[in-house]
Design a binder for this molecule. Structure first.
Ligand code: GDP
Ligand code: MG
Length: 440
């Protein structure tokens, strides 16, 4: 695959913004990569169409080819799609909260039930009860009981001959009486989605009224992922997805298919047979695997970092000479807005920790920074290099041009003066190796 991509990249050595042709060429390889990762075909088609639109016009970074830039755009779009705001379990309201685990046979329901129960017990200090509703597979209930003993999580006593809905009711009762926070219900699965399985799971849902209904799915599920996820979502209703066997070879395209089809968040990743093989979902990790172009993505990220670092170094060099005009201030504001603080630029200078602390908090409101940037960009290049020429009428023009007031312009100029003065101090300190302001 890298060879093929290499070919495309060589053919696209020009810079500037991404053209439709660049994007189309790179997308052919992306499409193959996604299909190789077992993303369902309709999902691949949708995704490619959407990202194509996003990618055209995007700037190509220095030292990166358009094809590589497309890969990064695709990666970011994948992360965006996979990510969600409600990746945590939502256990609110009156306990006990039922968590219903559903999915096909062998997907990892029982294992994941015990792993999540262990996590809730140890990490969240919840009192958890587990119950197996799998009355079909021989020894399925015993399997959960053993895992309970291993993890120190309580399991509902097994009563021979009881049906799933009755077990669920008994579990919820025991949960209430025993003062449990969470009752985990592990259901039976079939090799394929069938009507009887769905009807039974729906009946259990009605009896237990779960806070969370998690679809457990093997990351090796291929084109089937769409059908499985859709059936469970339609018939039972899901609140999230647990993706298992992420420790295996599969590239895990099922994650994208299921997220796309159900719109539900992926909440956990199963990363091994052992009880500690459970992780909170991380979109970047899964996106990287699905795309399988991690080296290209990190290459583009490096290029972006390099450009930022070059920019920061340029300012730092000027600062060391004691120069600091409004252009410098504007690019520093932009950097600060991006990084949420002064760290990036100041961090390049030796021994400025304390000044940094003094200045931090002075102007970290991103809205205000945007306004300040707008003021500076309403000035002429001459004014930016030499703010001394800004008299009343010019200030009025700048204020009007940036949608601010003369007062705002004055405030900015004052702040610039303060920063410039500090830069001079820093520069002196750099030369003499002494701290200014008696801070040493
Ligand atoms: P169920 O039929 O859905 O309840 O599936 P099980 O929980 O019984 O799991 C079936 C098999 O998959 C067992 O051998 C588990 O140890 C294994 N398994 C489950 N989750 C994972 C995982 O995340 N990684 C690996 N490597 N194996 C897993
Ligand atoms: Mg099971």
């Amino acid at each position: 695959l890298s060879d093929r991509l290499g070919g495309v990249f060589d053919a696209l050595k020009k810079r500037g913004s991404l053209k439709a042709g660049d994007v189309d060429a790179a997308m052919r390889d992306i499409r193959i990569a996604l299909l190789e990762a077992d993303v369902a075909l309709p999902v691949v088609k949708d995704f490619i169409a959407k990202v194509k639109e996003e990618a055209v016009g995007e700037q190509v970074l220095k030292s990166v080819t358009p094809g590589q830039q497309v890969v990064k755009v695709v990666h970011d779009a994948l992360v965006g799609l996979l990510q969600s705001d409600d990746q945590d379990l939502t256990l609110i309201g009156e306990p006990p909260h039922a968590i219903l685990m559903v999915g096909l046979q062998g997907s990892g329901k029982t294992t994941s039930t015990a792993k999540i129960a262990k996590r809730l017990t140890e990490k969240d200090r919840k009192k958890v009860l587990m119950a197996s509703l799998d009355v079909y597979r021989p020894a399925a209930q015993e399997q959960l009981k053993i895992l309970g003993e291993q993890t120190g999580v309580a399991t509902l006593p097994i009563v021979a001959g009881q049906m799933p809905v009755d077990i669920a009711k008994r579990a919820m009762n025991a949960g209430r009486l025993g003062g449990y926070d969470v009752v985990m219900l592990d259901t039976a699965g079939r090799l394929h989605v069938d009507e009887q399985l769905m009807a039974e799971v729906a009946a259990v849902r009605d009896a237990a009224k779960p806070r969370e209904t998690l679809l457990v799915a093997d990351s090796m599920t291929g084109q089937d992922a769409v059908t499985v996820a859709k059936s469970f979502e339609d018939r039972v209703g899901l609140t999230g997805i647990v993706l298992t066997r992420v420790d295996g070879d599969a590239r895990g395209g099922a994650a994208l298919s299921m997220r796309q089809v159900t719109g539900k968040p992926i909440k956990f990743l199963g990363t091994g047979e052992k009880m500690d093989g459970l992780e909170a979902f991380r979109a970047d990790r899964v996106a990287g695997r699905i795309l399988g172009m991690g080296d290209v993505v990190s290459l583009v990220e490096k290029a972006a970092e390099t450009i930022e670092a070059e920019e920061a170094e340029k300012i730092a060099r000027k600062m060391q000479k004691g120069e600091f005009d409004l252009d410098d201030m504007a690019s520093q504001l932009k950097q600060m807005r991006k990084m949420g603080g002064l760290e990036g630029v100041m961090g390049l200078l030796p021994g400025v920790g304390k000044i940094k602390k003094q200045m931090a908090g002075a102007n970290i409101d991103p809205k205000m920074m945007l306004r300040q940037e707008a003021i500076i960009s309403s000035m002429t290049p001459q004014e930016r290099r030499n703010p001394g020429v800004l008299h009343a009428s010019r200030k009025r023009r700048v204020a009007a041009g940036s949608g601010t007031s003369v007062q705002d312009v004055n405030k900015l100029l004052k702040q610039h003066q303060m920063m410039a003065k500090m830069m001079k101090q820093v520069a002196k300190m750099g030369k003499k190796g002494k701290m200014p302001f008696g801070l040493g």
